[in-house]
Structure formats: structure tokens, C-alpha cells
Design a protein around this ligand. Structure first.
Ligand code: PEP
Length: 258
């Protein structure tokens, strides 16, 4: 983390877990455990039907609620899709875009790019995910793959908008597997992502961009991962479903840095 230049963000990705009733119960417990005083930015991205309950529960707090996906389109005949302005109107501040689980369902880099643009147009903070598979890592093409995903995802976005984007590095082999990247592995790729942004948009923007790590981050390994200079937070799946665990990760993000 480097709090001097960029925000630390701890984001939850609930995936397809919890009903609206369970959301309310989680938020009540979570609010009771939240650290006092100043802390990092916290986003809780929930299933679409849970957004109203989450927004209502977190109204008086600094916690931002997010969606887990949005359409690239503004409106129209797209059954089952949710437009970025609908998320905003429902009270969302964030949206996850390009999660590997959605890419596995066929989402392309061009669609990710169009969705990031739709989110920005509506003042939603996109959390854009990138990450390599185990086969790609073993083939030694992690950097090339990540470079391609970052370049494609950010193509055509004006410089002044890039600062608003959060990038999440999520190696696919570490998501939901309990097989976390070592702090060194995670740092290496997050640093590389910053280099790609520097080449695309310049040093000032690269320095100000928050880059998160995601992939089996939990209350036990968060401290070490977040101590890395280019890891500015986490995108957390499984461990974000349990209030005590999620709070402990937030506390790890509040550790003192140089
Ligand atoms: C995720 O869903 O983005 C994720 C990182 O999941 P987990 O923390 O469960 O690996």
C-alpha cells in the first residue's frame, strides 16, 4: 500500500451468495464490528436483489455498495441485464467488471472495455478484474496476458477518467481455491500492471491508481499481502461473507505503512 499517493480499497465480492434477508443480518453484525476511527475505503459488492437491503443498512456509514456486473448498454431489449444508471439509482457506488467467473461465461475484453466506459459515464467506480490461468502462468506468459487485458480494458478511456478506476489482479488459479499467491507473486504482477498504466497514461496517473489483489485473501494472509508496495487493497470472495473475517481484513489494511 502507499496511502500517500492512492486509496486503499477493501472490496467484497459476494458472488451468488446471500438473500436480501441474510444481507440485512450480515450488515447489522458487520456494523457492530466495524473499526472505529479512520480506515480505508470499503466496498461491498452484492447480488443485484440484495442492493436495496445493503444500501439501506449502510446509509449512515462510509461503506460503499456495489453491483457485481453491469450492462454496456444504457437501456433496451437486454432481458436479465442491469444498466449502470440503474445501479446508481439503487444507491451503488461501485461495480465489479470483468470478473474471471464472468469472462468464463464468455465476456470478452471488448465487452469489459465497453462496460468500464458505461460505468464511468454514470459515475460508478469500476473494479476491473484481470488475471491469468494456471496454464498461462506455467507457460510463462503471465505478463503478456495481463498487459493485453489491461490495455484492452482501458482502451479509449480518457486520462482524467483512469484515476477513477480500480484494478483488481486476480489470478484465476487462486480464486476460491484456498491457493493464495505469495506476496511476492502478487506484488510482481501488481507492479507490472502499474508499469502498463504508466506507459499508457503517464507516471502521475499510474502512481494514483489503486491496484487490488484478489484470490483466497483472508484474515490470516491479508496483512502480508497488503504490506506490498503495489498492492493497494483486496477483492475478497469467500472471506467477505463472514463479518468477523471481513473486518479483520479491513483492520489489516489499516496497518501503518512507510
Ligand atoms: C473473488 O471472487 O473475486 C475472489 C477473490 O474470491 P475468493 O476470495 O473466494 O478467492
Amino acid at each position: 500500500m502507499n496511502r500517500k499517493y492512492r486509496k486503499t480499497v477493501i472490496a467484497a465480492n459476494w458472488k451468488m451468495n446471500k438473500t436480501p434477508t441474510e444481507t440485512k443480518a450480515f450488515m447489522t453484525e458487520f456494523k457492530g464490528l466495524m473499526p472505529k476511527g479512520r480506515w480505508c475505503d470499503v466496498a461491498i459488492c452484492v447480488p443485484a436483489v440484495c442492493i436495496p437491503a445493503a444500501v439501506r443498512a449502510m446509509r449512515e456509514t462510509r461503506v460503499g455498495i456495489g453491483g457485481e456486473n453491469c450492462s454496456a448498454h444504457a437501456s433496451g431489449a437486454f432481458t436479465g441485464e442491469i444498466a449502470a444508471n440503474m445501479l446508481v439509482d439503487a444507491g451503488c457506488k461501485y461495480v465489479i467488471i470483468g470478473h474471471s467467473e464472468r469472462r468464463a461465461m464468455g465476456e470478452t475484453d471488448a465487452e469489459v472495455n465497453a462496460k468500464v466506459k458505461a460505468a464511468l459515464l454514470n459515475e460508478l467506480i469500476p473494479i476491473m478484474c484481470v488475471g491469468e490461468s494456471l496454464a498461462q502462468r506455467e507457460a510463462g506468459i503471465t505478463e503478456e496476458w495481463i498487459t493485453m487485458q489491461v490495455k484492452a480494458g482501458l482502451a479509449g478511456i480518457p486520462e482524467e477518467k483512469i484515476r477513477k478506476i480500480v484494478i483488481a489482479y486476480e489470478p484465476i488459479w487462486a480464486i476460491g481455491t484456498g491457493k493464495v499467491a505469495t506476496p511476492e507473486q502478487a506484488e510482481e504482477v501488481c507492479e507490472h500492471i502499474r508499469t502498463v498504466i504508466r506507459k499508457m497514461f503517464g507516471a502521475k496517473i499510474a502512481r494514483a491508481t489503486s491496484i487490488l489483489y484478489g484470490g483466497s485473501m483472508n484474515e490470516k494472509n491479508a496483512y502480508e499481502l497488503l504490506a506490498q508496495p503495489d498492492i493497494d487493497g483486496g477483492l475478497i470472495g469467500g472471506a467477505s461473507l463472514v463479518p468477523e473475517k471481513f473486518v479483520q481484513i479491513i483492520e489489516a489494511a489499516n496497518q501503518p505503512t512507510n
